[in-house]
Structure formats: structure tokens, C-alpha cells
Design a binder for this molecule. Sequence first.
Ligand code: G3P
Ligand code: CA
Length: 263
Amino acid sequence: MTLVVGHRGAAAHAPENTMEAFRLGVEMGADAIELDVHLTRDGQLAVIHDETLERTTDLQGPVRELTMKEIRRADAGYRFSASDGSFPFRGKGLKVPTLPEVLRSLPAGTGLVVEIKPAAAAAPTVEALRSAKVRAAGAVSVISFDQRAIDEAHELDPELSTGYLLVPFEAFDAGLTWAVQRGHSAVHVYEGDLGVDPAPKLNQARAYGLQVGCYVVNDPQRMQHLAAYGLWAFVTDWPDVGRQTLGPRGAPPSAQPGAQSSS
Ligand code: G3P
Ligand code: CA
């Protein structure tokens, strides 16, 4: 069964990459939660998508030049706007989380997809995951657009599931070949690049034993379509819609990012 992965938690419903978005993603039935990590000046793993604070918080500046303590002063709910134009999460105490904080709070049975943004965050991410329950459960994947990041993660922990994120319009064959040669478990493709008939790419990956993930799928018809072709997993800003579209969660191990869909 195709896995529903909550993109940045549940980005349509709550400020992305916050504990509230992760809580909602889990509550809405996501099989796994996706998040992004950057390295702070004092070597901590901040869960935030951009390399700077301004798009998602009330503060500014590059994450790599700030300490985690400084970043924690930011209101991570400041920029999120609801469909009526209001800002329901402003001043509600939402912070930029750390990866260990998320790892401690993730409930058993929910998988995790950690996207490493700068390669410098690879080694600390692997270290943070070593003692994590989700790692012991085999339910974590580390992914990146940066080949150096997942290569390093794989070298440091060969048992860890690692996936290569292809940028939009990147040649699938070359990306798949690279991932196979480097021992990675998955490729993650821009949704548009799977096209009307995703079967050739999915079959090619399957022949090499690689999983195919897809980002970002928000349209229920497209979710259904890709699931019918046996896509392994997609990330969505609407995990509730994903769950309603694909039906109830399957029993483990289908909830684990390491499991390959066979249908
Ligand atoms: O899951 C992959 C997806 O999150 C990559 O894009 O920009 O949302 O990190 P982005
Ligand atoms: Ca991401």
C-alpha cells in the first residue's frame, strides 16, 4: 500500500516543520512524517526548510550563523496564514524544533523521513538517529537533493535507508543509476516528472530493487492514480486527504518507509 507522508508535518494545516504540524500529521493518519534539517552555528539540528528564518518566522538571518538558543526566540507560527487570511498560530508559542525533540515525541508506529538540506548536517543527523526508536524500528529514511549528504549518511550507517531526491526535470535514468551504484534505497521524484503513465519509471526502479517516492502530491485524483501504479510513497501537505483517498492505514510493516509496495 502506498504510504502517505506528511510534508513538513501537515503543511496545509499548521506552520510547516513545527511540533504542531507533526502532531496533526500523526493525528490525520500519516504513515510517516517528513521534515527538513539544517545545522546551526553551535552544531545543533534545526528542523526548518529554508536556510534562513524569514519566510517562516518573525526573525531573520541564516540558520548556520545563529545558535539554537537564538533560533528558539523566533515565533515559528508567525507566517502561517489560514484560508480566511488570519494568522491563527501567531503568538502561540510555536518554536523551531530540534531533530532530537521530534525524535522524542514521534509516536511508535509512525515513520520518519529526514531531509538533509546542507551536507554539513549529514553526520549529526546520523548520530541523532542512532539511538532513536524510529531508527530501531526500521522506520526512518534519510533523503537529500545533495548527493554528498546521503553518501555520507550511507557510509556512516549502511543500515540506514537513504534516498536521492531528484530535482524537477532531472533525468530519471541517471539519478536512478547513481542511486543504485551508491547503495541507496530509494529515489524521490518530482510529481510532474512521473507523467501520465508512471509505470516505466516505477518498473525500472523496481527492477533495481529501489523504492520510488514522490513529492508533493496534493490532488486526490493524482494520489489515487499513483497508488494504483504501486508508488511506494508520496509526501503531501494534506495527510488527511491522503488518508481519506487511500483508505485506512495498513498494518506494519507497510507503515515503515523501508517497506516496498508490491501492488
Ligand atoms: O519530500 C521531498 C520534498 O520535501 C522536497 O522538497 O522543497 O519541500 O523540501 P522541499
Ligand atoms: Ca523537504
